[in-house]
Design a protein around this ligand. Structure first.
Ligand SMILES: C[S@@+](CC[C@H](N)C(=O)[O-])C[C@H]1O[C@@H](n2cnc3c(N)ncnc32)[C@H](O)[C@@H]1O
Ligand code: SF4
Length: 355
């Protein structure tokens, strides 16, 4: 079983972010942790836990005292020695004391960097503490760094600079994000212009080429890692498997039901956790299998698909059609997106909605 825990607090708000986040407030954090424990105790059924992902918001914005409370709560879960426990951070929080505390409680660090370019960081309303970043990498083996691209007027040269820097730091995992202009964000309101499609494609290709040349394996559309350092937690999502989501705005998929928690802190603190629930039909389950499964570069295993659905994957009309059109390819084991069309994968995946 996998567990996602959402900590919605941030020290400052980035100009592009539409995630479930709130400016941090000591009183809210204190109440939040009490209610989070209640939510977990009410819902977790004691399954063995393979992965825990503490995401946000910015979990690292919590003080050491608050984090100790959080880690105490996590003792509820039946973890094992090799349970992957990821913790999301921003560099300004990664002091030596915090690193020491994290080392005792988690084994995978995900660090939001986005860019090393000072001007762009300012535009995004973000800070970067390069010394903390280097120190974190010295202390943790399994580290992911988030890199963003697709800024207005960004040149391939400036992306190359960011790639050079990230590669020199040698993290085991790199997640890439193309900037999305979300309504209600500061960038959107200020009419920040997106990058044109052609440039975005060139950037995507440059990222894949550069990271591959430097020893990274692309194992998902936007995710790269050194061998054996894939994110086990995210693979749960891409394999369309069950997971609990706890915390404000978190979503989960348990016993065939997808649910989404409220994004309203007042409601959450009152114990009204779930906003909506949906029983997933078999048809929807198969649709999801493709929509998330084809994000993996290796694609979907034909045998595993048969075992899960007692159905030959090629009997599905859309699959057959796309195999004929060479949008999908197959080898002995898997069916996967033709690498030539990875950039247009979203259009390919759309074919599986209401197929
Ligand atoms: C929601 S943040 C949580 C972790 C941490 N607070 C941080 O900022 O890195 C996770 C990642 O989502 C990505 N993200 C958030 N909003 C985005 C947007 N509008 N477009 C693209 N990526 C976005 C950023 O790259 C960020 O690293
Ligand atoms: S990107 Fe991260 S730090 Fe910035 S507002 Fe969103 S969750 Fe907070």
């Amino acid at each position: 079983m996998s567990i996602y825990i959402h900590i919605p607090f941030c020290s400052s708000i980035c100009s592009y972010c539409d995630f479930c986040k709130l400016l941090k407030n000591k009183k809210w954090i204190e109440e939040y942790l009490i209610v989070l424990e209640k939510e977990i105790k009410e819902n977790y059924k004691g399954e063995k836990v393979n992965t825990i992902y503490i995401g946000g918001g910015t979990p690292s914005t919590l003080s050491n005292k608050e984090l100790e409370k959080l880690f105490n709560i996590l003792k509820i879960f039946k973890t094992e020695k090799n349970t992957e426990i990821t913790f999301e951070t921003n560099t300004e929080d990664l002091t030596k004391e915090k690193i020491n505390l994290l080392k005792k409680n988690i084994n995978r660090l995900s660090i939001g960097v986005q860019t090393f370019n000072k001007k762009k960081l300012e535009k995004l309303n973000r800070k970067l503490d390069i010394n903390n970043l280097k120190n974190a990498l010295k202390n943790f083996d399994n580290v992911n760094i988030d890199l963003m691209y697709g800024f207005h007027n960004q040149t391939l040269e400036s992306l190359k600079e960011d790639l050079k820097k990230i590669i020199s730091l040698n993290p085991k995992h790199i997640s890439t994000y193309c900037l999305i202009l979300e309504p209600h964000t500061k960038l959107y309101i200020k009419k920040y212009k997106p990058l044109d499609d052609d440039k975005e494609r060139q950037m995507y290709d440059l990222i894949i080429k550069t990271l591959k040349e430097n020893g990274y394996i692309q194992y998902e559309l936007s995710n790269f890692s050194k061998k054996n350092y894939e994110s086990k937690h995210n693979i749960t999502y891409w394999n369309n498997e069950s997971y609990y989501g706890f915390g404000l705005g978190a979503s989960g998929y348990i016993d065939g039901i997808r649910y989404e928690n409220t994004r309203n802190l007042n409601e959450y603190l009152k114990g009204n956790f779930v906003l909506n629930k949906h029983i997933v039909t078999k048809k929807e389950k198969i649709e999801n299998e493709f929509i998330v499964g084809l994000r993996k570069i290796e694609g979907i295993s034909k045998a595993k698909f048969y075992k899960k659905y007692q159905k030959n994957i090629k009997e599905i009309k859309v699959v057959n059609k796309m195999l004929n059109e060479k949008l999908l390819l197959e080898d002995e084991i898997n069916i996967f997106i033709n690498p030539r069309y990875l950039y247009t994968s979203n259009e390919i995946l759309l074919n599986f909605i209401e197929m």
